[in-house]
Unconditional design. Sequence first.
Lengths: 185, 219
Amino acid sequence: MIDDEAGAVMLALGTDLIEKALAGDQSALDSLLRPMLKPAYKLAYMMLRDREAAEDAVQNAALKSWSKLSKLRPGSDPRPWFLGFVANECRNMRRSRWRSVLKLGARDDIVAPSPTWVSDLDLQLALARLSHQDRLVVLLHFYLDLPVDEVAIVTRSGASATRSQLYRAVKRLKRQLGGEEAGHG
Amino acid sequence: MVDRELTRDIRRLVEDTVPPAPWLEDRVMVAVTIAAERPVATRQRPPRLGLQAAAVAALVIGALVIGVLVGSRLGANGNQVPATKPTPSRDPAVVSYRALIDGDASAVEFSFLQNSRCQTRETCARSLVQTRTAAQALLRDMSSARAPTSVSPAALRVEAAAEQFIVQLDVAIALIQQPNSDYVAASLAPTIHDLDLSVAVVDCWPAAPIDEEHGITCS
């Protein structure tokens, strides 16, 4: 979930902050980018299931978004715009050949089972069985709280198509979980 | 399961599953800050280089001349290749040729991205040399493999872009090796975009690549 603080910062951001960042104002750049990094990393990790790959995806996305910052429309929210770069990096990394090499998890990736371990595992498997794009829209909407129109910006689709995709993805997810097939409002 | 429960469960799953990366924010901000400062650093470089500037400038000019010559030579060759009518890319030769190029180009890009994190003159130089080696491997593999006729003009573009990229790397490596040079600016100077775009021409054929805001996609 995006922190409240991060959300507030994002909403408060205007053209002014972006212009300052472009002009070389270090604190503006920091305020603009830093709050988006942690949620972006969590999204990337859930998409790639690899800590190093997720870190690289976020760093590459940050560098690419910085180089294109001047193209960000004045007054628009940089959060879905930045997450679009992250999503694209995840897609590229998944396609890249070197990512297909089996990687053994680092020791610090191993965490103690939580009390909800079994249900977490079911959900994890169900999410893993979704297509890359389905998983992306589910995480953007349900984890990062992005409204459908912002999910559409990230996935570069229309709002209507995104709503349909989200509906279908949730239906598939629930089917995997063996639960009801209630639609998504 | 209602959506509120799904939201709660997904959030809990993410929080329980994702390993912490407390260093990530600083690491990314350092990389972006360096990239953001690049134009300033480049402007400041000549006064700091002093007497070595002339030698370095000569090297840069020489490399650029070579780059232009290489580019124009290969560009002319590309024009001599007859236009190929696009056909559906089910040709196994095209598929395997793409796999060859994609594998090598991914290695180049991966190595090049590591470069953005280098913190010392030595690591920056080593990183660029590794990238150069990967780019040479791409060229070597391309020269030993026969490009299918349908993508041969695109393959020539990849070779030209790879050669130009190597020229840029050579310039950057030479600058980094100058004792008082701005090695951070030098290491960030080469751009892989043209090479990426040329590889996308092969990947996308018979469609064309589109250089979009979020990256390159096929039309």
